[in-house]
Design a protein around this ligand. Structure first.
Ligand SMILES: [Zn+2]
Length: 258
């Protein structure tokens, strides 16, 4: 192998290893580059946000809701519009138990491949489905892909794009123990944790939460929705003499303009 190729390969492998083990520096760099996007919140308060993607699922979501209730934890569920019909009772239960709904568009597909008009159509259609249940202000594009054009569309409709800072690597064939360890390694004040619902990895999510939630509680963390975490960021810490940081994009709770 040529020396140059080996160097590039080694750099890529080391970079990937750093990202997998400790995504912190990459997340900080992305957050600076895309200030409109929420990766984590600036707070010293012992709060983390929990987000669950690809909900609801008739067999999996109730188990996730049960374990959250057992541990007094709240989450923002990123709901796929196509999954709502037939699962209305589960969506209602989410809101009734203090969780928050987020917009994950109509299908589980990479959003950056959608034509401009189709992205907007799916955003609004999913919003129409969710708005009757409660305020919807966060969007996580499909497969976590976003670009500046999509950010503009979200902003126009009163949404803010939400990504995450603590991943479980559960899309890979890892054990619940390993996934939980990886989340706990990256849990710090203001972190946004992401896990998945559904038959693929959702079954493991319950096992991961059973490991993560008691540990976070022992460490003094409150597990909250994105909006609860954003609220904590706005509250002055300490003696309250420091100015409150800038607030996120204004949320909307009504239907977006057609
Ligand atoms: Zn998804």
């Amino acid at each position: 192998m040529r020396k140059g190729v080996a160097f590039v390969l080694a750099t890529c492998v080391l970079g990937l290893a750093a990202l997998v083990a400790r995504p912190g520096p990459v997340v900080r760099w992305l957050a600076r580059r895309y200030p409109d996007v929420l990766f984590r919140l600036e707070t010293e308060a012992p709060h983390v946000a929990l987000t669950i993607d690809d909900s609801p699922h008739p067999e999996i979501t109730p188990g996730i809701l049960d374990v959250l209730a057992e541990h007094g934890a709240h989450a923002t569920f990123f709901v796929i519009g196509d999954y709502v019909p037939g699962n209305e009772e589960i969506v209602r239960r989410m809101v009734a138990e203090g969780h928050e709904l987020g917009n994950h568009l109509m299908s589980d597909a990479p959003s950056h491949r959608l034509p401009v008009a189709e992205f907007e159509r799916q955003l609004l259609q999913t919003h129409e489905l969710l708005a009757p249940y409660g305020p919807v202000r966060w969007c996580r594009p499909g497969h976590g892909w976003f670009n500046r054009r999509m950010l503009g569309q979200l902003h126009r409709h009163g949404y803010r794009c939400a990504m995450a800072s603590a991943y479980s690597l559960e899309v890979r064939p890892t054990s619940a123990r390993y996934a939980a360890r990886h989340i706990l390694l990256n849990a710090r004040p203001g972190a946004v944790i992401v896990l998945h619902d559904g038959v693929g990895t959702g079954r493991q999510t319950v096992a991961v939460l059973r490991r993560v939630l008691p540990d976070l509680r022992r460490r003094g963390y409150r597990v909250a929705t994105l909006s609860e975490l954003a609220e904590a960021e706005r509250l002055p810490q300490g003696d309250g003499s420091s100015p409150a940081p800038a607030t996120p994009a204004p949320p909307r709770s009504s239907n977006p303009a057609p």
